[in-house]
Design a protein around this ligand. Sequence first.
Ligand code: ADP
Ligand code: YYY
Length: 250
Amino acid sequence: MEGRKHGTSDKNLFSGDPSASHYMVLAVLRAFIRSSRSLRLSTLPFSHSTSPSTSILRNMHNVVFVLGPPGSGKGTICAKIQENLGYVHLSAGDLLRAERQREGSEFGALIEQHIRNGSIVPVEITCALLENAMNNSGDAKGFLVDGFPRNEDNLQGWNKQMTGKALVQFVLFLSCPVPICIQRCLNRGQGRTDDNEESLKKRVETYNRQTFPIIEHFEKNGLVREVKSERSVEEIYADVVEVFNQAAKV
Ligand SMILES: Nc1ncnc2c1ncn2[C@@H]1O[C@H](COP(=O)(O)OP(=O)(O)O)[C@@H](O)[C@H]1O
Ligand SMILES: Nc1ccn([C@H]2C[C@H](O)[C@@H](COP(=O)(O)OP(=O)(O)O)O2)c(=O)n1
């Protein structure tokens, strides 16, 4: 049997069988590649971005972070990108809401408390949900990670958990005046427990105090692609496609 021919039994390894020495060389080679790869990846700064083909070669998830104020249209635009450009949309907010609803979840009450308060759930929960979703999505060209990282804790947690497993291509920043965003959330009509004036006030405060500095951090690293999202979905999407086309050329 093929498996036995290339097996690791002593007999095979020391018998002088050419297939056995071939096996040893391969094993050593693989170990070398593994160690040099992890060395290289562990020295990469977080801001490192690369083309999809490079990340596929390295067996890593390709990621685009999608950020913007609540109601700026992140979910709407991500749905269109997923439909047309082959990226898988992962909304941190949707994953947290699903976990909140999951029977037996030990985090349901904590998540609900943060969502109503407009504060940010600890990254250990959110990052685990994102990583699981990525690992369960099969062979995706890339992932749109929507609504993450939203504060310093999210960013640090991602770096800790995902370095060597994911490469961030760029950050799609949907910018939109806050009063328009608030109105959109109030009209959203999805029955969300946080689409009310009181929660929205806190969410906007969290965005200004915690999320915007993260966007500025990415901006300094040359990773931000801003698209103004006060316009019609069609106009926004046309610019977004251009951003993805440019990224594919790098
Ligand atoms: N460009 C747009 N113009 C008008 N309404 C929009 C636009 N984009 C999204 N919306 C609407 O605004 C609300 C919030 O959009 P959504 O995509 O859920 O935002 P986010 O994910 O950023 O919170 C939804 O009801 C959506 O249908
Ligand atoms: N990284 C994240 C993303 C969302 N959350 C929580 C807190 C947010 O106010 C809610 C809703 O986020 P979601 O991205 O779905 O919605 P908005 O962009 O605020 O409209 O989920 C979080 O704690 N951490």
